[in-house]
Design a protein around this ligand. Structure first.
Ligand code: ZN
Length: 278
């Protein structure tokens, strides 16, 4: 999928993984001689592999990266634009023991469309077993179909830049007497769906006001304090100024909503603990 973002990683970031692997190992590709980690087909083109996680340091093994055959790889990336039920049908086909390369040979387009339509209307369908399944994790079955995941930081398994771990956050939090507002900000953000919220949403929930600036200030001050405690260097704006919030969260601009912040999981874990501390 040339030029495309995936799981919150821009193409440029995704492209760094191949030279990084070559530098680290001196080999052209990982997973040489390994079968497809989705369908099990042993006849996999050697250069075909897939990553769910492009944060650095890169991982060249499961569950961040996997060997895949061309058909599974292409279906996996096209799942966002597939007809309703089509990706699920493909997953069922893999669960029946089919190889990706057999999918369109076993069923005509008309048959596949009919089955996908039945699946999308919640009908349970069963496919004849193709071959005995090798026991392996079905990691692809839980992948999101939300196209927002292509760009959104909430889809990243790890933050783009490494953040302090949960223990480091917890230890730093213990150094401060947080105000009730600060605790509420952290609690609300960490409990938000996908740990993601706009400053306006936090302001409304925590302060009861429709003023994102007020939370922006309070949250930024809090982040600055904790940054100092952790000696962590925040991201910087183009003008060189520090984005203190980047300690706690990764920001992004959705197409039709206000700017949002996805709290990094280690900060959220520490914030949840903070909520139960006296
Ligand atoms: Zn495959």
């Amino acid at each position: 999928m040339t030029g495309a973002s995936y799981n919150g990683y821009e193409w440029r970031q995704r492209m760094k993984i191949i030279p990084a692997f070559k530098r680290a190992t001196g080999r052209p590709y990982p997973f040489e001689e390994e079968p497809c980690a989705m369908c099990g087909d042993p006849n996999r083109a050697p250069g075909n592999w897939h990553s769910e996680d492009y944060s650095e340091p890169f991982s060249f093994e499961a569950p961040e990266s996997f060997p895949v055959c061309g058909v599974c790889h292409s279906r996996l990336h096209k799942r966002f634009n597939a007809e309703p039920g089509e990706w699920k049908l493909y997953c069922l086909f893999l669960a029946s023991g089919g190889y990706g390369s057999e999918f369109t040979k076993c069923m005509t387009l008309r048959e596949r469309r009919a089955l996908a339509a039945r699946i999308s209307s919640e009908e349970r369908i069963e496919l004849a077993s193709m071959r005995e399944l090798v026991d392996r994790p079905n990691w692809w079955e839980d992948l999101t179909l939300d196209p927002e995941s292509l760009e959104a930081p909430w889809a990243r398994p790890r933050p783009l830049r490494p953040r302090p771990d949960a223990d480091a956050f917890s230890t730093a939090f213990k150094q401060f007497e947080f105000s009730e507002t600060e605790r509420s900000i952290l609690r609300f953000h960490s409990a938000s769906s996908r740990r993601t919220a706009s400053m306006r949403q936090i302001a409304k929930a925590v302060l009861g006001v429709n003023k994102p600036q007020s939370v922006n200030l309070a949250y930024g001050r809090l982040a600055k304090k904790v940054c100092g405690e952790l000696q962590w260097h925040p991201d910087r704006r183009a003008d060189g100024s520090k984005i203190w919030m980047s300690l706690f969260a990764e920001g992004w601009q959705p197409a039709v909503r206000e700017y949002e912040w996805t709290m990094v999981s280690t900060a959220a874990t520490a914030a949840k603990k903070l909520g139960i501390l006296p």
